[in-house]
Ligand binder design. Structure first.
Ligand code: UTP
Length: 470
């Protein structure tokens, strides 16, 4: 077997990766061979060539961009449309047509938490984890509509084992048997930017990292989860990311707008608070939607305004989408020069590697190409894509960074959670003293309407309080 592998590596000009082979134990050799077998060397070669030759002209693309039209979720939006959409969303939920895909395969390197990000304690008073907060909301919605909402959690080899152990420890957070399924995304190697050689993490181990949140499409299909959704009669999949506990998971209004518009994809966006906000820009080019990353949009274009003074690139991507199951099936069948699955984005990054003397080198400059897929590349494939605006305060507070950062930290996210709960309570007529911290478990009330039903007429809240039914 090793001879065959060696020949494959020589043909792909990658035989250097075996330079420590003779010094490996038999068991290490077997493991390494298996890892190398799993790498599509031709694809890596093609991507490396692409990295050398392809320069995307983002200014040109941005030039063609039109601001996407959106249905707004703000209060002033057409009340009749809202009512109709909510009714439709509620019906879809009741009929069990909606499932959830939660991606949690990232390495969370910026957060500096040494376990899967989903296990990060985030709830301001109870300390519930990111997984806990999202699953408690999912359970509350399912209960409210007397339905089941299956949850598919994507992990990566970096998070899979610990995540599964965690779910076993908390007995799947009380979800009914079969309603929580874990599927694992693929990985990609990194190559030296100068030579195209695969980088090693150890003498008998490649440097591999998860293939991006866009790896979800292929992994969802290959794991059999996509077939599972079909068997269960799921028509739409609500997609979100584990680091945004403010997401309005399975919001009936959003779900309803998706069904009402017979969309392949519905994407929820926020209105950017300033031109340089670090979120992708959802744009319309011709008849389809695309996303330009904030880092790719030239500053002068990001600042452009429409005649009414609003930003031309106003729509910030928060990675909350609803995908029609049949659309995902269609997308999973498409092939390109890169095989099946979404295209790879190539980024030059600092990647630690093993040098000739088997020493770990921490580069100070970007030294390698990494290859990642992005979920938003599904947008241009959709025939019917709808953009729905949500107020950031009601739908987006991602935890990305360690406490020392100024934005997107646990502290900023907790402040956003508390602010939302207080707004809901005050809208229900409850007096909440300034500076008080409040957390409501979703089994008590899970949105503005249920807070109104449960809390109207309650006495003032003048100290920190965690409302829970447990
Ligand atoms: P980010 O791009 O913020 O990455 O992921 P991250 O891994 O969480 O954090 P950093 O960049 O290393 O600090 C956004 C969401 O996409 C998921 C993450 O788990 C998070 O929910 N994701 C990202 C995956 O599931 N797989 C990936 O390969 C990348």
């Amino acid at each position: 077997m090793i001879e065959q592998l060696r020949r494959r590596l020589i043909d792909a000009n990658q035989s250097d990766v075996l330079r420590f082979w003779d010094r490996l134990e038999l068991e290490q050799q077997a493991k390494f061979a298996q890892q190398l077998e799993g790498v599509d060397l031709e694809l890596v070669q093609r991507l490396y060539e692409q990295a050398q030759t392809t320069v995307t002209n983002w200014s040109d693309l941005a030039d063609q961009a039109q601001s996407p039209p959106s249905v707004t979720l703000a209060e002033q939006s057409d009340p009749k449309l809202r009512q109709q959409a909510v009714a439709m969303g509620e019906q879809a939920l009741r009929e069990g047509k909606v499932g959830v895909v939660l991606v949690a395969g990232g390495q969370g390197s910026r957060l500096g938490f040494d376990r899967p990000k989903g296990m990060f304690p985030i709830a301001p008073l109870s300390g519930r984890t990111l997984f806990g907060m999202l699953i408690d909301l999912l359970k509350a919605r399912a209960k409210y509509y007397g339905t089941r909402i299956p949850l598919y959690v994507m992990t990566s080899p970096a998070t899979d084992g610990e995540t599964r152990e965690h779910f076993a420890d908390v007995i799947d957070y009380g979800l009914p048997a079969g309603d929580l399924q874990v599927f694992c995304q693929g990985t990609m190697p990194a190559v030296d930017a100068k030579t195209g050689q695969l980088l090693l993490n150890a003498p008998g181990e490649l440097f591999l990292s998860p293939d991006g949140h866009g790896g979800m499409l292929q992994a969802f299909q290959a794991s059999g989860c996509l077939d599972d959704t079909r068997r269960r009669g799921i028509e739409s999949l609500f997609y979100c990311q584990v680091d945004n506990p403010l997401v309005q998971l399975c919001d009936p209004l959003l779900v309803g707008l998706h069904f009402l518009n017979r969309a392949d994809v519905t994407t929820q966006v926020i209105r950017k608070s300033h031109p340089m906000q670090k979120v992708g820009n959802v744009i319309r080019v011709g008849d389809h939607l695309e996303v330009i990353e904030y880092s790719d949009l030239p500053d002068e274009m990001a600042r452009q305004q429409l005649t009414d003074g609003s930003l031309r690139f106003w729509a910030g991507n928060i990675a909350v989408h609803i995908f029609q199951r049949e659309f995902l099936e269609y997308a999973a069948r498409q092939t390109s020069g890169q095989g099946t699955g979404l295209p790879f984005h190539i980024a030059k990054k600092k990647v630690p590697y093993l040098d000739e003397q088997r020493r770990q080198v921490q580069p100070t400059e970007e030294n390698a190409f990494k290859f990642e897929r992005f979920i938003f590349d599904l947008l241009p494939m959709a025939q019917r894509a709808v953009v729905v605006e949500v107020d950031a305060a009601d739908g987006f507070a991602a935890v990305k960074n360690a406490a020392s950062a100024i934005s997107e930290t646990a502290e900023t996210t907790q402040a956003a959670i508390i602010a939302q709960q207080i707004r809901w309570l005050r809208a229900a007529g409850v007096h909440v003293a300034p500076g008080v911290r409040v957390e409501i478990h979703p089994s008590v009330a899970h949105d503005q309407e249920t807070v109104r039903q449960k809390f109207s007429g309650r006495e003032p809240i003048d100290e920190d309080f965690y409302f829970t039914s447990n």
